[in-house]
Design a protein. Structure first.
Length: 267
């Protein structure tokens, strides 16, 4: 599987994964496609791509607005897959993880959805509101198609919960570094270290850390502890700020932002 190979290669080279998150179709189809290209050119190792949804319960204000912009422009699942296919013509190698909620997947039809994941060469799926104890059928269908099923762990996850995730997850696990929603601040590095040490003792998978990774210096600190650093709201904020000013400015800023996180993690 491509995600596993990516983490293995990074480990060999002594590097950590940079995993940017953006919402598909934000702020519109054309600019969303250019943003994906910019991310892949600027040092990302994996891309997490949010599936627009009207009620994203784990996401803070920035990503909620990104969902709203995308949906307002008529974005739907078929357009999502069109976007990924078009991006794959530009970059067929970088792993892509779709991240979202069960409702739009069920509305689309799960078997149809998995078929589209295969067609688009999607490498992983993270369903925020699908707990491990209810995901065995999903896991089976994805595994048959060599697609990783990724789960969230949080500061309140018990050892039993972590073990349960370990039994079903593949690719990597996503550790939510703080209580609250995306874009929150005040990440406590000592608390993150303690929890990651616990997770790594129970899970034989790479650990990516997200939520609260708002600055390169924070990413650098987290990279010493984890196998990957996930950056979302910081990128979304740039899109919100500049997409109405200039598409070129928006892309330029995103490239610089991703490069700054890449530099911090590597140095």
């Amino acid at each position: 599987m491509k995600i596993k190979k990516t983490f293995e290669n990074l480990k060999i080279s002594g590097k950590k994964a940079l995993i940017p998150f953006v919402t598909a179709g934000d702020p519109n189809y054309d600019l969303s496609l250019e943003i994906l290209k910019a991310i892949s050119q600027s040092g990302a190792d994996v891309i997490e791509l949010g599936m627009p949804f009207s009620d994203p319960m784990a996401d803070g204000p920035s990503i909620q607005k990104a969902n709203e912009r995308s949906i307002k422009n008529g974005f739907n699942m078929n357009i999502l897959f069109k976007l990924v296919n078009e991006f794959r013509e530009f970059d067929s190698n970088i792993p892509i993880v779709l991240m979202g909620y069960m409702n739009p997947i069920e509305a689309y039809g799960f078997d149809n959805f998995v078929g589209k994941l295969v067609d688009c060469k999607i490498d992983g799926l993270l369903i925020v509101d699908s707990p491990p104890e209810e995901s065995s059928e999903i896991k089976e269908k994805l595994s048959k198609n060599h697609i990783d099923l990724i789960f969230l762990l949080s500061p309140t996850s018990t050892n039993d919960r972590i073990k349960m995730v370990s039994d079903i997850a593949s690719g990597y696990v996503y550790y939510v570094s703080l209580k609250g929603v995306t874009g929150s601040k005040n990440i406590n590095i000592n608390e993150v270290k303690e929890k990651i040490d616990c997770i790594k003792s129970l899970v034989n998978l790479p650990v990516g850390v997200g939520f609260g990774i708002n600055e390169p210096d924070v990413a650098k600190k987290v990279s010493f502890l984890a196998d990957g650093v996930i950056v979302g709201s910081k990128i979304i904020n740039e899109i919100e700020k500049y997409h109405t000013v200039s598409s070129e400015k928006c892309i330029h800023n995103i490239k610089n932002l991703i490069s700054s996180f890449r530099f911090a993690i590597d140095n």
